[in-house]
Design a protein around this ligand. Structure first.
Ligand SMILES: Cc1ncc(COP(=O)(O)O)c(C=O)c1O
Length: 397
């Protein structure tokens, strides 16, 4: 016997990509370049390995669920400095927890938020469309109905949650908002966030602010969910933010980050995590504290991404609807037919892209908002990126 909700899960985007390209072969004279995976490839800063080595005695102990004092104070200092919050904001125990990357706790917040069905009606989890694929699976496995809200060029890539039918909002248990977003690279401004928080409090749903790309930005540092809370009353009520060292410090293999926010909600997350969550090993917490305490490596990281967006801008110009995203490291290009372009790019140029259709779902009219697009991750070195952009422009002209 298996959980019937599993039947609603679609194949993982990268499995679909493998199937799409199964019978395509890249040209023999070109080194393939994989831009489909959003895995950071810049070198992590040296302090990471140094801190892990210096704290090696911690491998022999079970890590505490609540985070070490060093970890908690580094994250608290970083949050207060980054978002202009008072220094005592996180004094209450449990408002910050270490996480093994942000994916698992994002998934878990759905399990914590979604109530039982009301007679005949499933609770709802709202998410942008296109979206980071984990949100949909989290909603389904928690027993909710995922409702996909357009986040397209037509609405400046910001889902209009407030414009939804009141009946949907009344059934909503959780909303995901990714800022800067994957794949669109859109940053929500403070006014948008404040309105969303007010909406959540009016309709009694929780908000997951997925801020894993918060430090990879082009011009302005993106505002955060906790910063938006500070603009209004009721503390962090109904809000949890998720942050990660995967992108900030180019350390996706470290599996480290934090979640922070509403003390009542964090308490429930902690409870569930004590049964089924990964704790973060002591040497990793020590390295995380050092990484949140250092901005130099993050500035260098951002500069490298900017340089690659410069290259993309120079080579692509205004082709394929090119725009410079506010943040993140993806190009989101309108190529007319994302799946066809992905096949062509692989077979003619050895470039692996991800069709936008695999990151979105059909709307009520049967239109899949990402289907015209491809997503390209600018995670390689500068020279490889240059060569990839040239191949792209030559192939899809
Ligand atoms: C939008 C978004 N959220 C969360 C994650 C999870 O990242 P991690 O678990 O490495 O923190 C990713 C990773 O690619 C992502 O793109």
């Amino acid at each position: 016997m298996l959980n019937p909700r599993l039947d609603q899960l679609t194949d993982f985007p990268f499995d679909r990509l493998r199937t799409l390209l199964e019978f395509e072969t890249p040209p023999g004279d070109m080194t393939p370049i994989d831009l489909s995976l959003g895995g950071p490839m810049h070198e992590p800063p040296k302090i990471l390995a140094q801190e892990i080595a210096a704290n090696a005695n911690g491998w022999g102990r079970y890590p505490p669920m609540d985070g070490t004092p060093g970890f908690l104070s580094a994250v608290s200092n970083w949050l207060c400095q980054r978002y202009g919050l008072p220094g005592d904001t996180f004094e209450e125990a449990g408002m910050i927890l270490p996480v093994a990357g942000s994916r698992d706790p994002l998934y878990m917040l759905a399990a914590v938020s979604v109530p039982e069905d009301q007679p005949g009606e499933k609770p709802v989890v709202l998410m942008p469309n296109p979206f980071y694929h984990v949100y949909e699976a989290a909603a389904i496995m928690a027993g909710a109905k995922p409702v996909f809200v357009p986040a397209t060029a037509e609405n400046d890539y910001l889902p209009d949650y407030a414009g939804l039918d009141q009946k949907i909002l009344e059934r909503t248990a959780l909303v995901f908002l990714c800022t800067p977003s994957n794949p669109q690279g859109k940053t929500a401004d403070l006014d948008y966030m404040v309105s969303l928080i007010k909406l959540a409090r009016k309709y009694h749903f929780n908000i997951a602010f997925d801020e894993c790309y918060s430090e990879i930005y082009d011009k302005e540092p993106p505002p955060g969910g906790l910063q938006a809370c500070a603009k209004i009353d009721q503390g962090f009520n109904r809000v949890v933010v998720f942050n990660s060292l995967s992108k900030r410090s180019s350390a996706p293999g470290l599996r480290a980050g934090f979640m922070a926010g509403d003390p009542a909600l964090m308490k429930k997350m902690r409870l569930v995590r004590t049964y089924g969550g990964a704790t973060v090993p002591l040497p990793i917490q020590a390295a995380s504290a050092a990484l949140y305490g250092d901005e130099k490596h993050v500035e260098a990281n951002r500069a490298l991404y900017r340089k690659k967006f410069d290259i993309a801008e120079e080579i692509l110009g205004n082709q394929f609807g090119f725009y410079r995203p506010d943040g993140g490291f993806f190009l989101w290009l309108d190529v007319g037919d994302g799946e066809a372009a992905t096949k062509q790019l692989w077979s003619e140029a050895g470039l692996k892209a991800l069709p936008g259709a695999y990151l979105s779902r059909p709307d009520d009219a049967g239109e899949t908002p990402g289907s015209r697009y491809i997503r390209l991750a600018l995670v390689h070195d500068v020279e490889t990126t240059k060569s990839a952009m040239r191949r792209l422009a030559d192939t899809l002209r």
